[in-house]
Each structure stands twice: as C-alpha cells, then as structure tokens.
Ligand binder design. Structure first.
Ligand code: HMG
Ligand code: MG
Length: 298
C-alpha cells in the first residue's frame, strides 16, 4: 500500500544547477524558481550557501534569496555546510535549511573535506542556533546505495548517520542515491534498514537517475510508505564531487507516475514541463525526462 499524499521537494535550482558549467544569471534562477512555484511546487530548494570556491554556480546564493518573490504556502529551504553558511543564509531571511552528511567516509572527504564524524560535529552549532531561532533543519545522507570512491556502502552506516542526524534535530532525513546506482530490491532493503531507526514518515527519497533506475526505485519505496520524494525539473543536475553522476529523477516523470497511482500532489504537469523547457533552453540542454519529451511531442 502506498501513501495517499506525497510531497515533492523540488531540488532543481540547487542540485540541478550546482553542477552546470554554464554560468546562469541570478535573474534566470529566479525565473526558474518562480515558474516552479507556478506549476504548484510547494517546497523548492532554492540555492546552497556553500563555498563559491567549491561550487561556483551557487556563488549568488544571497542574491537569489534576496530576489525571491516568496509565495504564501511555498517553502524555500537552502543547503548549508557550516556555521559560515548558516549565518550568511540567516542574514538574508532564510528560515529553513538542509545540512548534508554522507554514509561513505571517502565521499565525505571529497565533498566537504572532512570525515563523517567531523561533519556531524560541525553541524552541532548549526543545530543549536537553528533550535534557538526556530529554523527547521532537514538532513541529507549521501551515497546510501553506493559511493563513487568506496563502492559498496554498508546499510548499517546509512542507518547510523541517518539516526545521528535525526537525534541532532532534523525533522526529516533525505536519503541520497548520489550516483544513481540503486535498484528496487536494494532500495527496499535500504529503507527497511533505515526505518528501524528513523520512522518512515520522516524519510525522503533523493534518487539520481544515472543508471535509469530512479523511477523504479521510487515506486518500490512508495509501496513501503515513503511519502516525500526529491526530484529536479527536467532531470537536471548532478553532484560536482561524484564523477559521472547525472541528474536527479525528473520531477515531470515523478508527477506522471504519481498521477497514474491516483496520488494528487497538486502539480500542473504542463506548467512544470514549461519550467523544465525554460531551464533546458538556458542551459542548452536536451530533455532527459521521457515524460517531458512525450509532452513536447504531443
Ligand atoms: P574547506 O576548504 O575545507 O573549508 O571547505 P575552509 O573553511 O577552509 O574554507 C575555504 C574557503 O571557503 C574560505 O575562503 C572560506 O571562507 C570559504 P578563503 O578564506 O579561502 O577566501 N567558505 C565559505 N564561503 C561561503 N560560504 C560558506 C563557506 N565556508 C567556507 N559556507 C566546505 C569546506 C564545506 C566549505 C566546502 O567543502 C564546501 O563548500 N563544500 C560544498 C560542496 C557541495 O556543495 N557539494 C554539493 C552539495 S551536496 C550534494 O549534492 C548531495 C545531495 O544532493 C544529496 C545526494 O545527492 O546524495 C545533498
Ligand atoms: Mg543530490
């Protein structure tokens, strides 16, 4: 049995754009975010307050947040790696953040230049400040079904890091198949293991589509009761610190799947596809979403 209601967390403006070499202007990012809200998305991860030396595309994070036409009922979380990022985000009115850790030691080093344990320690002051200031914190765990450096990642490690983030104060744990290597059976086993220590209604699936399995994996975990799915319009994206990692599962594909299951997530598929076409045109990219391509061919 699957959930009657599903929340989509649109990560296109952050995960989608962070790896794109074509520098986009802040105005284009803002228009993209606006079009996503037009399509009915209620949670839009808007940018990342990470180091511009590490991820140049996110260097205009403050301008994006300041230029945002905030809409009633829409949340705009941002990624934050450390206290510096937290303070910069708060200075421009951010009220919801996401911290990110990995289940793989090697990936943690490459992505944030420290061990898993150090990263959790680095988050402590962020949680303390967020608690005091009423800022909601989401937690990402990367490499939940495999790591580009380490290969296999034990599910016990995924569960341990997920539980640690929950205990520190995350309201939700988003499980990242960073390099899109999972398959449905593995996805089920992963959720089964993690849900022993984190309640399933606090879990989100964040699957990249590198190996074309994301939609099948999402279906598998929907059946287990996971009701929050991360996706990116037009399937753009990839992690700069995961070589060969391609985009997130396309939001268009997820919405079409959900509609077919009778799950209304309040999203207008045509307007969503328009937002996807808009960003693809800006990036000079061909659509990777099959649903977007099918809609365009009608
Ligand atoms: P570091 O080099 O170890 O740290 O980076 P540092 O403290 O020595 O800082 C280096 C420079 O960056 C300094 O500048 C700092 O001031 C500056 P300098 O003194 O050399 O001029 N700096 C900052 N600037 C702006 N905002 C900040 C900030 N922090 C330091 N917040 C650090 C450590 C964590 C900063 C760096 O490694 C970093 O920014 N990493 C981010 C990597 C990233 O964004 N990866 C992609 C997102 S994660 C992802 O995609 C996975 C996910 O989608 C889930 C999944 O798919 O699995 C979430
Ligand atoms: Mg990701």
């Amino acid at each position: 049995s699957y959930p009657k209601q599903v929340t989509i967390v649109e990560v296109g403006p952050r995960d989608g754009l962070q790896n794109e070499k074509t520098p986009l202007s802040t105005d284009i990012k803002l228009e993209f975010i606006d079009r996503l809200a037009d399509a009915g998305l209620k949670v839009i991860e808007a940018t990342a307050f990470v180091s511009p030396k590490w991820v140049p595309q996110m260097a205009d994070h403050a301008e994006v947040m300041q230029g945002l036409k905030r809409r009633q009922g829409v949340r705009y979380p941002v990624l934050v790696p450390n206290m510096k990022g937290y303070e910069a985000a708060r200075a421009v009115g951010v009220d919801e953040i996401a911290v990110f850790a990995a289940a793989s030691e090697a990936f943690s080093q490459k992505n944030i230049n420290c061990s898993i344990e150090e990263s959790l320690q680095r988050f402590e002051p962020i949680f303390a400040a967020a608690r005091a200031e009423g800022v909601a914190v989401r937690g990402y765990v990367s490499c939940v079904m495999g790591c580009p450096y380490q290969g296999e990642v034990p599910l016990a490690d995924v569960a341990r890091v997920s539980k640690a983030l929950l205990d520190m104060g995350c309201y939700e744990i988003s499980l990242g198949d960073t390099i899109g290597v999972g398959t449905p059976i593995k996805a089920r086993a992963m959720i089964e293991t993690v849900s022993r220590v984190v309640p399933i209604d606090k879990l989100a699936a964040h699957f990249h589509d590198t190996w074309g399995q994301a939609l099948a994996n999402l279906y598998a975990v929907l059946e287990m009761g996971v009701a929050t799915l991360d996706s990116s319009a037009a399937g753009i994206g990839g992690c700069p610190y995961a070589k060969g990692a391609s985009g997130n599962v396309a939001t268009e594909d997820v919405v079409y799947l959900l509609q077919g299951m009778g799950i209304d997530c309040g999203i207008d598929l045509d307007r969503l596809a328009e937002a996807g076409r808009f960003i693809n045109a800006q990036l000079n990219r061909q659509p990777t979403s099959k649903v977007a391509a099918a809609l365009a061919a009608r």
